[in-house]
Design a binder for this molecule. Sequence first.
Ligand code: ATP
Ligand code: MG
Ligand code: MG
Length: 412
Amino acid sequence: MSPKTRVVGLLGGGQLGRMLCESGAPLDAQIAVLDAENCPAKQINNNRHHVTGSFKDPVKIKELAANCDILTVEIEHIETEVLEEIDTNGVQVRNADGTTTNKKVAIHPSWRTLRLVQNKYEQKEYLKNQGIPIAEQMAIESGDAMLASMGEASEKFGFPWMLKARKDSYDGRGNFKISNKKDLEQAVKEFGNLSCYAEKWVPFELELAVMVIRTEDDSGKMKRVVPYPVVETVHEDNICSKVFMPPRNVSENVCKKAQKVATSVVEKLWGRGVFAVEMFLTKEGDIIFNECAPRPHNSGHASIESVPYMSQFKAQLTAILDEPLPEVLEPHVSSSIMINILGGADPDSHLPLVEKAKSMYGSRTAVYVHLYGKESKPSRKIGHITVTGFGSITDLEAFAQPLLKMVDAIRQ
Ligand code: ATP
Ligand code: MG
Ligand code: MG
């Protein structure tokens, strides 16, 4: 490590943090992680700057900040009050002689972005007012008024519609599809204590996502937004299961439109880093924004192999450290499929899938297995497989068929 190497503090050390560490290792980027002792990121990255504890604990966040030059996140559900305080006042560090000094620590993406996107309703209201197309939404009262408020949503949107928790949701865990009147009572039971909103059902053809790199100068003025190629994301049981590049049966024009919406979204946010933009594509060819995650994302995993010179993880480091970025992100392969490995009914359910993936060699195709060092639990993301090729996405899908079948079998 050269004395000039900056230390990046990372809030959260799951699989995204682990892959960030993998991409940082050849670059001599020091990554200090705040999470449990044996979290996936720390398993592969040993250094004296790590902090053991919860990335939700403000005291620990300050401790991590004192160890590093710049703070970033692998998860958006982080206490932003403390990040704002660090950004405004810096952080106290203890010197060898016992005195303390105040150190400036940059935070990327900005705590403003994190605060906004943490509340999915506010996130979409803000972006709607900036001209981004969203599905109609409506605030839902909590407590005793919830049932009546949901009745109004049913009148307004018709069945089905989606009840969503405003905060802390992931993998669809904060979503409840309201298909009829009976569902309303169940929804009160399950979501009654949460702050919620209603969203019009989108009968989408498919879902698209675009990762976007964003940079800005030290005064907060945006410098660049660079989009990755569009991907098609497939969700099963509300969890992303597969990602296809390019999207299947989607025209170039629609892909360009999706990239345009995604870059417009990211232009309206704050800070440096990579941002995932999830969208719906309707039958009519319209793009509707779903949500944005200001961090590396499941929909960008295949970039490790498909854009090897600037994976989404390398891009996160490159952007926050304000180092040179390419003008455009052109893949080195013509198609890719990312398949999530989710834990099955028993801890070994996924092993035959992994063995099969390791044994597959085709002509001008490649199969890459990523395991995250996590204990297997039903529906938990414990790894992923990326398949790349130089032919069409249809040909690649045919080649990947045995894996796609096995992964479906694990889910059942
Ligand atoms: P993530 O893990 O991506 O953060 P999340 O818990 O924030 O997920 P959403 O992205 O809101 O949840 O929704 C999860 C999935 O549910 C979507 O990808 C989509 O398949 C489906 N979905 C969400 N909203 C709607 C809607 N309004 N109409 C139809 N389907 C929807
Ligand atoms: Mg989400
Ligand atoms: Mg989502």
